[in-house]
Design a protein around this ligand. Structure first.
Ligand code: ATP
Ligand code: LTN
Length: 338
């Protein structure tokens, strides 16, 4: 019989920016997979607050959103006793390794990142160096912990590829130092689209409130948003090219109910979009209900949340420090006895 104590679990890491309450897109594309992976892997999850300031944030709002996002991570079912749930800025090694990795990344490589191009177009008045160095800090987040898998939505795949290139380059220049991580992109939900423009991804920074569903939206608001979702004029529930709105609703419904597209098409054969939209909204409301219930219990327990965040930071630091020490030695920094 296999001795479980000696089986090494995979290390999984992912972060989310505390820039607003997460959307259904963040949940189905990332957070739901975090929860599933947390059951039998060695996981670290947390808040990318250093990344959040690459776009101007209001200090009081960032502080509040970080606290709320931390509570939400516990509310989706992540267990702080079994996994490490932490905040990036509480672990200074992220910034330290981020700087070093900047020096192992080419200007041309960072310039090719589509998120950088998109965000610099969107925030043309603040194209700061941090926005440019965003992917090297993200690489540091991942490589510090020797992560095997990184669950993210498909929009982050390019950053993961760059992380792998940086890791391989560093390992090749010195000796094996970093685990080369793999992205984990769920089949369904990898790209949830806006309810108002289904050719665009659902984004928490979308100014149109009808375009996205937040994890803390009230059931009646969720129902209203789905009822006003943009679809097409065919009035037939089927997954097909050119039916972006319906495809998006089918993908959301499939994630929340576990039904395949064929089963959905069969169940809604001969029914109109009105019935389908109601069913999708109800499935989302049911999916979010336990999360919202847990959140309302946790959010006022400041002492508990702060204790979890402090423990998480300490546990994360212990791992991060080891990797950073190794990197600093290899790069040739002068080591002095502490
Ligand atoms: P912003 O709109 O402010 O840029 P965002 O909504 O993209 O933010 P992030 O914090 O950048 O959110 O992403 C958190 C996680 O959610 C990432 O793993 C990302 O890939 C995933 N994600 C974001 N939007 C979607 C979406 N529409 N569908 C699926 N996954 C998504
Ligand atoms: N860029 C990511 C957030 C992020 C992240 C990470 C994800 C920052 N550091 C490390 C996975 C691993 C995003 O979701 N937009």
């Amino acid at each position: 019989m296999e001795n479980n104590a000696t089986v090494k679990k995979d290390r999984v890491l992912s972060l989310i920016q505390p820039t607003s309450v997460p959307t259904l897109g963040n949940y189905l594309g990332a957070l739901k997979n975090w929860k599933e992976m947390s059951e039998d892997n060695d996981c670290l999850f947390g808040l990318a607050d250093l990344h959040a300031i690459t776009v101007r944030q209001e200090p009081a709002k960032l502080r509040k959103l970080s606290y709320e996002m931390y509570a939400l991570l516990l509310s989706i079912g992540l267990d702080p006793d079994k996994n490490i749930i932490f905040t990036q800025s509480h672990v200074p090694e992220h910034s330290q390794l981020g700087w070093i990795l900047n020096c192992y990344t080419q200007f041309g490589e960072a310039s090719r990142m589509t998120q950088f191009k998109d965000k610099s177009a969107k925030h043309a008045d603040n194209v700061n160096v941090g926005l440019f160095a965003y992917p090297t800090l993200m690489a540091a987040d991942i490589l510090l912990y020797q992560a095997d898998y990184v669950p993210v939505g498909i929009d982050q795949k390019q950053h993961l590829e760059l992380t792998r290139d940086i890791a391989e380059r560093f390992n090749g220049a010195y000796s094996p130092t970093f685990t080369v991580p793999k992205p984990y992109i769920g089949k369904a939900g990898a790209k949830v689209m806006s309810l108002q423009d289904p050719t665009k991804k659902m984004s928490k920074s979308d100014p149109n409130p009808k375009a996205s569903v937040s994890l803390l939206d009230k059931p009646e608001d969720i129902m209203k948003k789905f009822k006003s979702a943009v679809t097409d004029s065919e009035a037939k529930v089927r997954y097909a090219e050119g039916k972006d709105g319906i495809n998006n609703l089918m993908s959301i419904y499939s994630c929340c109910t576990g039904l395949s597209y064929e089963e959905i098409e069969r169940d809604f054969d001969g029914k109109g979009y009105g019935d389908f939209k109601t069913a999708v909204a109800e499935s989302v409301i049911e999916e979010l209900r336990p999360i919202q219930d847990k959140y309302s219990q946790l959010i006022n327990d400041k002492a508990y949340l702060e204790q979890c965040a402090a423990d998480g930071a300490e546990k994360a630091r212990r791992i991060a420090r080891k990797t950073l020490d190794k990197v600093m030695r290899k790069v040739g920094f002068w080591q002095i006895k502490k």
